[in-house]
Design a protein around this ligand. Structure first.
Ligand code: MG
Length: 313
C-alpha cells in the first residue's frame, strides 16, 4: 500500500492500517455476537480481551445528549421497559426522548424469540443495562484500562437535527477529554462527513458504503441511512473518498473485491470492512487484503487471525 499521507497528522489511523503480519480487529457495537450491543458492558469486554478498536453508533436525544445506540427508535428486539417486559412495538424515536426518559429502559440483551435475536444466540443476557451516554464511553477511554482504546465513532444522521448540531454536541465531549487523537469520525452520510471536515478538521473521517445490490441483507440492514448515489461516482468509491479528502473506507464486506482494495491502497486509503462474522468470510477478506475487519465475533476473528499467523492491533 502507498504510504498514507495522513498518518503523520492522524496517528490514530495506525490502528486501522494493516502492517506486515498485522491486521486491524475492530469490535462491532462492542462485540454484538457475544455481549449486548452498544453497551458499556460490551466495551468492557473488548478492553478485557486486549482489543484496541471499537465501532459504535451515536444519536442525539431530544435534549441533545449524544447516546450510544444504533436504531433511530427504541427497538423492541433489544429493549425492556421498567417492569422488565419487552416493548410491545418499536419506538418512540430516540430524538423524541430526553436522556433521563431513556434511563428507564434496559438494553442488556436481545429477545431471542425475535428474528433479530435469533441472529445472536451466543449473546450474553444481562439486566439493568442502560443505553450509555457517549460520555460514559469517553470516560472509560480516559481510565488507565482504556488508554489504548481507539474509537470508530459512527454518527447517525437523524433528520430532526441539523447536521452541525449533531456534530458539535459529539465533538465537544471528545475535545473536552482530549480524545480527538484516538477518534475517527465515521458515517454513511457523506454530506455529514463534509460538515465534520469543516467543524472538526483535527479528526480523520471514515466513509461507510453499501451498494444498493446488497442493501437488503438482513444481518446488517442499516436503519434509514442516508447514502450517496454511488452511480454518480463513475463507479469508483475509493476515488470519490479521495476527492472528499477522506481517510478510511469502510465498505460492506460483500461489496469488496481485490481490485477495489488495490485501487483504495493506490490512493493511500486503508480499507476496513463490515460486518464479517463467518469463518469463510473472514478468510476471504484476509485474502482480498483488507486492512481491518469489523466483527460481532471478536473471538472468532482472533482464532482465524492466529491460524493465518496474523497478529491484530
Ligand atoms: Mg455502526
Amino acid at each position: 500500500m502507498k504510504d498514507s499521507p495522513h498518518l503523520q497528522n492522524f496517528p490514530q489511523l495506525n490502528a486501522f492500517h494493516a502492517k506486515p503480519g498485522f491486521i486491524s480487529l475492530i469490535g462491532h457495537r462492542g462485540a454484538r455476537g457475544l455481549m449486548p450491543e452498544n453497551t458499556i458492558e460490551g466495551f468492557e469486554y473488548i478492553l478485557d480481551n486486549d482489543i484496541i478498536a471499537i465501532e459504535f453508533d451515536v444519536l442525539l436525544t431530544k435534549d441533545e445528549i449524544p447516546v450510544i445506540t444504533h436504531d433511530f427508535y427504541l427497538s423492541k428486539a433489544i429493549t425492556r421497559n421498567s417492569e422488565g417486559n419487552w416493548l410491545s412495538k418499536d419506538g418512540p424515536r430516540i430524538s423524541n426522548l430526553t436522556s433521563s426518559q431513556l434511563e428507564v429502559f434496559d438494553v442488556g440483551g436481545v429477545d431471542k424469540s425475535s428474528s433479530y435475536g435469533r441472529l445472536y444466540p451466543e449473546q450474553a443476557f444481562l439486566s439493568d443495562v442502560r443505553i450509555p451516554k457517549l460520555t460514559d464511553l469517553l470516560d472509560l477511554a480516559c481510565l488507565p484500562k482504556g488508554e489504548n482504546l481507539f474509537l470508530l465513532l459512527e454518527i447517525k444522521s437523524e433528520p430532526s437535527f441539523k447536521k452541525s448540531t449533531i456534530i458539535e454536541n459529539i465533538v465537544f465531549e471528545i475535545e473536552k477529554r482530549s480524545l480527538s487523537n484516538r477518534t475517527v469520525l465515521h458515517s454513511f452520510d457523506w454530506e455529514l462527513l463534509e460538515e465534520c471536515n469543516r467543524l472538526a478538521p483535527n479528526m480523520p473521517r471514515s466513509y461507510l458504503s453499501q451498494l444498493p445490490k446488497s442493501s437488503d441483507d438482513l444481518y446488517d440492514k442499516p436503519s434509514e441511512e442516508i447514502s450517496p448515489d454511488f452511480s454518480s461516482f463513475n463507479g469508483s468509491i475509493p476515488e470519490a473518498i479521495e476527492a472528499a479528502s477522506g481517510h478510511l473506507w469502510c465498505p460492506y464486506f460483500k461489496d469488496v473485491t481485490a481490485d477495489l482494495v488495490a485501487e483504495a491502497h493506490s490512493l493511500g486509503l486503508p480499507v476496513c470492512t463490515w460486518t464479517v462474522n463467518e469463518v469463510e468470510d473472514f478468510e476471504n477478506m484476509i485474502d482480498l487484503g483488507v486492512d481491518g475487519i469489523i466483527t460481532d465475533y471478536t473471538d472468532r476473528a482472533k482464532n482465524i487471525f492466529k491460524s493465518r499467523g496474523l497478529r491484530w492491533q
